[in-house]
Design a protein around this ligand. Structure first.
Ligand code: SF4
Length: 368
């Protein structure tokens, strides 16, 4: 008898189980094979001129009861996978051999997102979860805490639960509500800072000021969250790179987040910013100019944060043609490694600009 033949019962049950998931998660959550769970759908703001993620999609809160029912369905999927593992004598282990056996018994499971996500999460150790979509902290604090408590109670293996949040929402939340959500089991917030420059924030319709970003970030840290701030090199183009660098450094220094993550601008087709670039109202910086902007921003930072280049668009080359910056999720420790990062930037500036082809190719392929 083939290994998969006695798994028909599990496969039949797995086919009936699904739960809501959004489309996006940060790369660091992909790296840890995070469990994905949607607590609200899309973005309540949805106006940033550079962002295409949720365009045309309506924002909606999900009732706490629905999310908790999804958590229970995830538990049921996990249990079927673990039962299959035990049936095959794998003692609850989840890996490629079990995956092959399950797919042999039910090839269609490969196209079942709920099964695939839970399987990969278990295979990755089942240690982290990411709550979608763009601004989970806009959910009623009490309902959000209830959902988190249910997640933690049914998933004791979770070492880290994270979500995306807007600075504006954090700035508006009462400190006691933030503390209650933290106590209920949310560990880390991913926040799209983009820039600290007020003129640029207004131009890209971010819907928040630098002062509110400082307030939101500081309140989150005071409540005990780990904070990841995402900044967007070249968002100001050639016209505003200097004020973008100076004010991003000022605001990030005032927040002093645990992580600062570089996400260089890629104009996305269908966004207002793409139109601006195409019509010549905004001029993108060259790879060397982007590095000069990085040097100005990073040089002015006064933080004790991890500085990360964990995205493919941080694609400058060093003199050997390798990546200029490490792209791991923990990055460089500041302030100790600031001289090293600035030295890497100087090396990138010494490399003939045409050799930073990866950046140009990616820009051409993805957007222009
Ligand atoms: S707040 Fe975030 S998800 Fe929403 S439109 Fe702006 S960048 Fe996009």
């Amino acid at each position: 008898m083939a290994k998969g033949d006695n798994l028909r019962e599990q496969v039949a049950r797995l086919r009936t189980l699904s739960f809501a998931m959004g489309a996006y998660r940060p790369p660091s959550e992909g790296g840890s094979a995070s469990l994905l769970l949607q607590v609200s759908a899309n973005c309540p703001w949805n106006k940033c001129t550079f962002c295409e993620m949720y365009k045309g999609q309506r924002f909606g809160f999900r009732p706490a009861e629905d999310i908790k029912a999804d958590i229970d369905r995830i538990a049921a999927i996990r249990d079927e996978i673990l039962t299959a593992s035990c049936k095959l004598g794998m003692d609850g282990g989840v890996g490629s051999e079990l995956g092959t056996a399950l797919l042999a018994a039910g090839r269609d499971l490969a196209a079942n997102p709920g099964f695939v996500t839970v399987f990969n999460w278990l295979a990755g150790g089942g240690r982290t979860a990411f709550l979608q979509d763009a601004d989970s902290m806009s959910m009623r604090p009490q309902a959000f805490a209830e959902v988190l408590a249910h997640l933690r109670a049914t998933r004791p293996s979770l070492a880290r639960v994270t979500t995306d949040a807007r600075s504006k929402t954090l700035a508006r939340r009462k400190p006691e509500d933030l503390r209650a959500i933290r106590a209920a089991g949310l560990d880390r917030l991913h926040i799209g800072l983009e820039t600290g420059d007020d003129e640029l924030l207004a131009l890209v319709r971010k819907g928040v000021s630098g002062a509110e970003q400082i307030e939101g970030g500081r309140k989150a840290i005071a409540a005990g969250f780990q904070v990841s701030e995402y900044w967007m090199p070249d968002l100001g183009g050639r016209e505003r790179w200097q004020q973008h660098a100076e004010n991003s450094a000022r605001v990030l220094s005032a927040i002093n987040p645990h992580y600062i993550r570089s996400r260089p601008l890629v104009p996305r087709r269908g966004t207002p910013l793409f139109e601006e670039v195409e019509q010549g109202r905004m001029h993108l910086s060259s790879p060397h100019e982007r590095l000069q902007e990085l040097a100005a921003m990073i040089g002015a930072l006064e933080v004790s944060s991890r500085l990360c280049f964990d995205h493919a668009m941080n694609a400058w080359a060093d003199r050997d043609g390798r990546l200029l910056f490490r792209q791991d999720y923990e990055g460089y420790g500041l302030p100790q490694e600031k001289p090293l990062v600035l030295e890497r930037i100087r090396e990138g500036l010494d490399v003939e600009e045409s050799r930073h082809v990866h950046v140009r190719r990616l820009m051409a392929a993805q957007a222009l």
